[in-house]
Design a binder for this molecule. Structure first.
Ligand SMILES: Cc1cc2nc3c(=O)[nH]c(=O)nc-3n(C[C@H](O)[C@H](O)[C@H](O)COP(=O)(O)O)c2cc1C
Length: 227
């Protein structure tokens, strides 16, 4: 698989088969992904991998948690989006949400249906393997961007291995629950989770391909005379 093939075939998969992911494969993917660049080579990513019985236990805990505490673990540690989210970003976000609910046959007005759909996040969409990515609280935005490079490298290597993934910021809403379960040190702040496994090719949730804005909308070429 070329890099282009990995980039173009990666998409956020939101329904997985239960086929297990071999642990040596994931360890190898993470080892390779740590070749991702980071400013000053500080390598700020801190990962937890969850699978098997601990993952089942955690999913069961989360099914209870989202019912008893739907607002999440307050106070939140960070807002996933600026509040309010301005145009054009909020339009992109809105369209993405509409396209997703349309793909799975849930009407925009069906709030309960949309909530149930969102709650699939908290079962990792049925994936047999999950990652949690943390960062030391002392780190700033440059190091958070290093996490992004690391995580995209993971997702591309996951594609190369014939598997699928979905990054999940939604876990930040249950940061305390995740940290208590993993017994992660207080100095680590949860950025996101990631579901990994084999995508279910027949699932409606995997039918959507998210749009992208055209190049001209977000890139200006200031280049003078060039070939
Ligand atoms: C850091 C990060 C966090 C995300 N969090 C979630 C999430 O919590 N739940 C979800 O369904 N998708 C999540 N996504 C997936 C995005 O919605 C998705 O990347 C975007 O809509 C573009 O679609 P694509 O990945 O299929 O190209 C996340 C993506 C990133 C990069």
């Amino acid at each position: 698989m070329t890099v282009t093939e990995a980039v173009l075939s990666r998409r956020s998969v939101r329904a997985f088969l239960d086929t297990p992911v071999p642990m040596p494969l994931i360890a190898e993917i993470l080892r390779k992904a740590s070749r991702a660049p980071s400013g000053g080579n500080v390598q700020p990513w801190k990962l937890y991998v969850l699978a098997g019985e601990p993952l089942d236990d955690f999913k069961a805990l989360m099914q209870r948690r989202i019912i008893e505490c739907p607002e999440g673990d307050l106070p939140l540690e960070y807002h996933v989006y600026p509040q309010p989210l301005k145009a054009p970003y909020r339009d992109y976000r809105f369209k993405n949400a509409v396209d997703y609910s349309t793909a799975v046959g849930i009407a925009r007005e069906d709030k309960a249906g949309r909530q149930r759909l969102f709650a699939n996040n908290y079962r990792f969409f049925g994936a047999p393997l999950a990652l949690f990515c943390f960062i030391d609280r002392e780190m700033g935005s440059p190091q958070w961007s290093d996490l992004g490079m690391f995580l995209q490298t993971v997702m591309l290597l996951v594609r190369e291995a014939g598997l699928d993934s979905c990054a999940q910021e939604c876990w930040s809403r249950y940061h305390r629950t995740v940290r208590d379960f993993l017994k992660s040190p207080e100095e680590l702040m949860l950025f996101c989770g990631m579901a990994i496994g084999s995508g279910d090719p027949d699932a409606a949730a995997n039918r959507m391909q998210a749009d992208r804005a055209p190049l001209e909308d977000w890139c200006k070429f200031v280049v003078g005379e060039t070939p």
